[in-house]
Each structure stands twice: as C-alpha cells, then as structure tokens.
Ligand binder design. Structure first.
Ligand SMILES: [Mg+2]
Length: 181
C-alpha cells in the first residue's frame, strides 16, 4: 500500500482563530504575508507556532505519510506559509474557489468532494478544523471499504496540538501494510 496522504489545512489548524477581542495567541509569532493577487502594500497578518514546522517534519521524515496542503491558501500554502515554518515545498490540492457563504454548503466540508475525487482510493489522514458529522461518516465508510481514512479535527481556537500529530503517527504505524513494508 502507498503511504497515506497527510492532508493539511491552515486556517484553524496552523493559524488558530483570533480571540474574541481580536488578539492572537501569545504562543504564535505574527508575520505579514502577501497572498497571490494582493498588492504588496496590502499584506495580511498571520500567526504561526514556531514549533509546528519541527513537529510536522518529525512526522514527514518518517516517510510513512505523503504530506499535501489542503487549504484555501492553495499554492500560497507552499510559497508563503510553509517557508515561515521551515517546511519544504509540498504539493497542494488545487481547490476551486466556490461562491459559498458557509463552509458546509451541503452539510459537510466544502473541500470534501474535491478531496474525494483527488484521493480516488488512496488512504489518507486529513487534519482540518471544520469537519461535520457527515465528514466523519464519510471517513468511516471509506475505512469500511478498505481505504484507511482518519480525520483529525483541532479546535480552531487552539489550532494544532502535539497530541494531534501523535495520533497521526500512531494511526499510521498500526496500518498493517505500512507496518509490513
Ligand atoms: Mg480550516
């Protein structure tokens, strides 16, 4: 079996939501970035945890997962956010830009149909803060069909925690064909 994909979201995962008063977590370092299509005199501020790059690399270096960005940052994930965390160039799922006013226009995460088509029958662990019960049911159905699928859902106000990555490595390690290879 191929190593599972590790699908990585950014907003609510690597960039937790700001607090109600607009402040950002003291644990995270603020950076100004200029996303594609924005003028250089109009940057946006992001905040990233300085340990996240190392923690993600600890998982990536095992070679047991294939990391892929899966975020509305699209290509900017690898050109803007990854380098701030010391991450290498990673591929990204080329998500469309739907005109939606909710992230769950059909009751489940808007990215999911695109991810489903992109994965085909590949196993995957997907870290995103915005799954609904229908997404978890999708993952269970996929797993039941023999395509190992794990959803990891950080609290968007806290973002990614070390325990989430421990969960990823434990899950990957127990996949029978990965262990046998
Ligand atoms: Mg998110």
């Amino acid at each position: 079996m191929r190593p599972p994909y590790l699908l990585l979201d950014i907003d609510g995962v690597l960039i937790p939501f700001p607090n109600a008063d607009g402040s950002t977590p003291a644990t995270h370092v603020r950076h100004d970035v200029v996303p594609t299509g924005r003028s250089t005199d109009n940057p946006i501020t992001v905040w990233l945890h300085p340990d996240h790059g190392r923690l993600l690399m600890d998982v990536i270096r095992t070679g047991l997962v294939t990391p892929v960005w899966c975020t509305s940052w699209r290509q900017d994930a690898t050109t803007l956010i990854g380098p701030l965390l010391g991450l290498p160039t990673l591929p990204h799922v080329d998500l469309p830009r739907p005109q939606i006013t909710t992230s769950h226009p059909n009751g489940y995460l808007w990215k999911r149909d695109h991810v489903d088509a992109w994965l085909v029958d590949a196993p995957a662990v997907w870290i995103d803060d915005d799954f609904t019960g229908l997404d978890h049911a999708w993952a269970e159905e996929r797993t039941a069909r023999g395509t190992a699928t794990l959803l990891v859902q950080p609290d968007p106000h806290l973002g990614l925690q070390p325990d989430h990555l421990t969960e990823v490595t434990k899950w990957v390690a127990q996949l029978p064909t990965v262990r046998a290879s």
